[in-house]
Structure formats: structure tokens, C-alpha cells
Write a protein that binds this ligand. Structure first.
Ligand code: ATP
Ligand code: MG
Length: 404
């Protein structure tokens, strides 16, 4: 397993490679020079952050993506997967190194070429679907075509085809709100396909779906990819998903590539303990963070909310507790309906009754570390950002179902 950062250097035909990444690095922070020096001397991402305050999102990453296959990128939270995606769709500029698409360096594209690349060559599929709820299925699927100025007739024809391809025939005129999570992601996929791109970029597209629906979607994606022969770049945390879908799997850690291989070779010859951890972890909770399973709390109350309004909110949402935040969405604690009723009776402010010693965790906490907390906690656990803003909650049910 020497030189496992370079994919298939033999038989290297440029036309076979749709994407080529060379020596790509992305650093966040002021003192990048010092950080880069430390990295090239072999320091770790943590050491660099401590000493220089710079976050290494990617460091000296090189690989090639062959046309017409599924290329999976896998790694723990923070390993740089989404940063790579953002470099592919030109949302961010690399600190150094380059990405080439069909042998053209992305940073060198002029405005027109860049527009053409983003509109016609790549399509994104997101974890949170990114659909427009006021539009029906067909108008969501046709959105990219509409932006390109394609006539209604032509885009409807293409959208109907794409809708059929993802198994949503008959749902063309349904409102988005009436669809299940799996169906929404089918719409997301159809929208990407309707554009007829060279590359489908999928950043954890199935992570929020429940396990059975997720399996269906994996099967669907495989069938579609085999039928259309599109190049798919697929990001995941889930080794089963990676091995099921990937023609090639690229495993990343702390912004660097650890191993690139076929699923068969990777299972047979894992490059190190990190790869082994992934392969052996039938238990995904050890590699997936709560960010990927959190949901929006159904009931939020602000400091200014009166007890009576809080009670009404909770009743409307059929819940017996609410998440309390200040004006800036900083998490303050939990209010129960019993306490809200008490506050109302005694004409006291709602926040006098706040339960503020509840358990909170940050978005990057591994599900495995939340399991014991979740068992102990009487309420779904609040997920907060580093600055204390409420980002979502995880329920016992979502923690447990992520383990299936
Ligand atoms: N805009 C930014 N500013 C500062 N640091 C950032 C920024 N974007 C990403 N990072 C950092 O870069 C690193 C890589 O982030 P990235 O989002 O690529 O990870 P990821 O592998 O996609 O993680 P996840 O599995 O949680 O989605 C992380 O340490 C992250 O905190
Ligand atoms: Mg990510």
C-alpha cells in the first residue's frame, strides 16, 4: 500500500479523468504562512490550531476522479470533505494547489466559463434537499433549467423525464410539503439530473433519511448512475454506504488523504488504524456527529414570550416542553408546560421558571458520546454552536435510530 494518495497512476489517460486535484490546501485564519510551515514539517492539525490559530481544512490533497464512476469521499467530521466540495463548485478559493476540470484549472476560468461550468457541468444534491416549498415537484425539478432560460415546454419535458427516472412518476404536480423525506431527496436528485451535468456532487445526501429509506435511495442512485454513466462524487460518514456505492473510496482525516482504493482493497488492506476504525465500526455512532441527525425544535420561546403564549405554542405543537433562547438565539434552557402554567397563574415572567442546567453538546460531538447523555436526560438534548447559539436538538429516538 505504498503511495496510496495517488489513484491509479498507471493507464493514466487525461480524458478519463474528469477532475484532477493537485496539492490542494485550504487554511482558515490569519497566520497561514506559519501554519503551512508547521504542516510541511509534519505538525498535526491540532498543534497548528493551538500554536497559530489557523484551521487546516485541507492539506496537500492530490487525487483524480475518473469519468463515469462513483467516487466516494469519507472521513470523520471536520476532515475536510465539504471543503473539497466547495472547491469543486468554486464556492471557495484554495489557499494553494489547484482543481482541474477536464484539464482546465478552475481558478483560471473567466466569468463566462465559470458560469457555464457551474450551470452545465456540475449539479449539487444537498443533505437538506434545498427545495422550494412553494413550488410543486415538477417546478422544483425544472428550476435549474428555468435559470438557464430554457422554455417552459422543454423544461417540463426534461423535468418529467428526470422525475420518472427517480421513481416519482405521478407526483409531478404534488406540493413539496406533501412528500416524505425520501421523496424530497428524490426530487433533489431529479433536479440535479434534469440539468444533465457531467458531475453530480452529493454532500451527505442521505444522512438525514431513516435507515430503510436510505437503503432505497442508495439502490436508486446506483441504478441511475449505472444507467446514465454520470460521474458522481459522493460524500458520506458511513462506511457501509461508501463501500456499497463507491467504485473508488477516498478516506480523509484532518484535511489529508489517508487511503484511496477500491472498497475490496480497502477492506482487505486498510492503510492504518483510522481506516480500520471505519471498516470495523459497524457502529456508526463512533464516526458520525450529532449535526447529521439533529432536528429543529418544534417549540421555541424567547425572553419576551408571555407564559400564555408559551403554553399555546406548546399545545399547538403537542409538546410538553419548549426550548428557550434569547434575542440572539443563544440557548438559555428548557421551559416545561407545567412551569409555564405556574408562571401564568402567578403572573411571573416565563424565564423565572427556566431549567438552565440541561445538557447541551456542540454540533461536532460524536453520536457515541451523546448516547449516555441522551439516556440520562429527560429532554431531547440541545445542540449549540461554539458561541452558544441553538442549532437543533437530538431526541432519544433519533440517536437510537442512527445506530440501526
Ligand atoms: N469558513 C470556515 N472558517 C473556518 N474554519 C472552517 C470553515 N469552513 C470549514 N472550516 C473548518 O475546516 C475543517 C473542515 O471542515 P469541513 O466542513 O470540510 O469538514 P467535513 O469533513 O465536511 O465535516 P462534516 O462531516 O462535519 O460535514 C473543520 O475543522 C472546520 O471547522
Ligand atoms: Mg461536511
Amino acid at each position: 500500500m505504498e503511495n496510496n494518495t495517488i489513484n491509479d497512476t498507471m493507464n493514466d489517460n487525461v480524458d478519463d479523468n474528469v477532475i484532477e486535484v493537485s496539492h490542494l490546501s485550504k487554511l482558515y485564519g490569519i497566520n497561514k504562512k506559519e501554519a503551512a510551515k508547521m504542516m510541511s514539517e509534519g505538525a498535526s492539525k491540532d498543534e497548528v490550531l493551538k500554536k497559530t490559530g489557523v484551521t487546516v481544512a485541507l492539506w496537500d490533497v492530490s487525487f483524480k476522479v475518473k469519468r463515469g464512476g462513483i467516487y466516494v469521499i469519507i472521513g470523520l467530521s471536520g476532515s475536510g470533505k465539504s471543503t473539497l466540495v466547495r472547491c469543486f463548485n468554486c464556492l471557495i478559493k484554495p489557499t494553494s494547489g489547484e482543481v482541474r476540470f477536464e484539464n482546465k484549472e478552475l481558478e483560471k476560468l473567466d466569468k463566462k466559463e465559470l458560469l457555464e461550468y457551474r450551470r452545465n457541468k456540475i449539479s449539487m444534491v444537498f443533505q437538506n434537499f434545498g427545495l422550494m416549498s412553494h413550488r410543486n415537484v415538477i417546478d422544483n425539478v425544472g428550476y435549474g433549467l428555468e435559470v438557464k432560460g430554457i422554455s417552459k415546454e422543454e423544461r417540463d419535458q426534461k423535468s418529467i423525464e428526470a422525475t420518472k427516472l427517480v421513481g416519482l412518476e405521478g407526483w409531478e404536480n404534488s406540493p413539496i410539503a406533501s412528500l416524505s423525506g425520501g421523496m424530497k431527496q428524490r426530487v433533489g436528485l431529479a433536479r440535479a439530473l434534469a440539468n444533465d451535468p457531467e458531475i453530480l456532487l452529493m454532500d451527505e445526501p442521505f444522512s438525514a433519511l431513516d435507515p430503510l429509506v436510505r437503503k432505497d435511495m442508495q439502490f436508486e442512485l446506483l441504478s441511475i448512475q449505472r444507467k446514465l454513466g454520470k460521474t458522481v462524487i459522493f460524500i458520506t460518514h458511513d462506511i457501509d454506504e461508501a463501500f456499497k456505492l463507491g467504485d473508488t473510496v477516498n478516506i480523509m482525516r484532518d484535511g489529508k488523504i489517508v487511503q484511496i482504493d477500491t472498497p475490496e482493497n480497502m477492506s482487505a488492506y486498510p492503510a492504518d488504524d483510522y481506516v480500520k476504525l471505519f471498516i470495523d465500526s459497524a457502529d456508526k455512532s463512533k464516526v458520525m456527529s450529532v449535526k447529521h441527525i439533529m432536528i429543529t425544535p418544534s417549540c421555541l420561546v424567547k425572553e419576551s414570550t408571555s407564559p400564555i403564549n408559551a403554553i399555546r405554542e406548546m399545545r399547538q405543537n403537542s409538546t410538553s416542553s419548549a426550548y428557550a433562547v434569547d434575542k440572539k438565539m443563544k440557548f438559555k434552557g428548557i421551559i416545561t408546560i407545567d412551569d409555564a402554567i405556574k408562571a401564568n397563574k402567578e403572573s411571573l415572567p416565563l424565564f423565572d421558571f427556566i431549567i438552565s442546567d440541561t445538557i447541551t453538546v456542540t454540533e461536532d460531538t460524536l453520536i457515541n458520546d451523546v448516547l449516555p447523555l441522551s439516556a440520562k436526560s429527560s429532554f431531547p438534548i440541545a445542540i449549540i454552536s461554539d458561541s452558544g447559539t441553538l442549532r437543533g436538538i437530538v431526541t432519544k429516538a433519533s440517536v437510537l435510530s442512527s445506530l440501526v
